[in-house]
Design a protein around this ligand. Structure first.
Ligand code: CO
Length: 208
């Protein structure tokens, strides 16, 4: 990657934005009111806004390895808190993707040092669903199913938080589980039934 080119691209981008709307950056600097919190994978090929056709200001984004919401990760927990309680987003999207290196690594046996505790969160998801997953003979199908189940479990982790439960009760906040199919570009909605899930989760994790 040519770094001089990046700054050239930036100038071109500014010119293009100003051509369409001379007040573009005045509007942008006035503040943000996104409706969606997107939690996705850091993978360089899964670009949140581009694949959704979203513009700056529309989506609050958090990305980490394998789109995780660990219960004790202050980073993602702070992002959820800020987005839900302060920005008042009405939708949380957890988006996984096929060919995810984090998911692949969690399914492999190897000591990856500092990555171990992060990957352990993913392995914990496998353990919860091991009967179903081990029952899938085709390794690729098993891996795809694990990718989907991981998104589902991270949606559940989001629903365990007080701010999500409160926003669900007060303004009908929705939690969506998606998979980006990197083989063809499609976003697949896993159609998580938030009413049913929330009822089930709150039988144990109800906070508000
Ligand atoms: Co990934």
């Amino acid at each position: 990657m040519n770094f001089d080119k990046i700054f050239e691209n930036n100038k071109g981008w500014i010119a293009q934005k100003l051509e369409n709307n001379p007040a573009y950056f005045d509007d942008l600097s006035a503040g943000q009111a996104p409706e969606v919190l997107y939690i996705g994978c850091s993978d360089s090929r899964v670009t949140a806004e581009e694949m959704m056709g979203a513009k700056p200001g529309e989506v609050f984004v958090h990305r980490n390895i394998a789109n995780m919401i660990p219960n004790s990760d202050l980073n993602v927990q702070s992002v959820i808190n800020y987005a839900v309680q302060h920005l008042k987003v009405n939708h949380i999207v957890v988006c996984g993707h096929y060919e995810c290196g984090g998911i692949r690594s969690a399914m492999a046996q190897s000591d990856l040092g500092i990555l171990n505790p992060w990957l352990r969160n993913i392995r914990d998801v496998y353990r919860l669903h091991k009967d179903e997953l081990n029952g899938i003979e085709d390794a690729n199908e098993r891996y795809k199913k694990f990718t989907e189940i991981n998104v589902y479990e991270q949606c559940i982790n989001a629903m365990k938080t007080a701010e999500v439960q409160k926003a669900y009760a007060e303004r009908g906040l929705k939690v969506h589980g998606w998979i980006f199919d990197i083989h063809n570009g499609n976003i697949v909605d896993l159609k998580i039934d938030i009413d049913e899930r929330m009822k089930d989760i709150q039988s144990i994790y109800k906070l508000v």
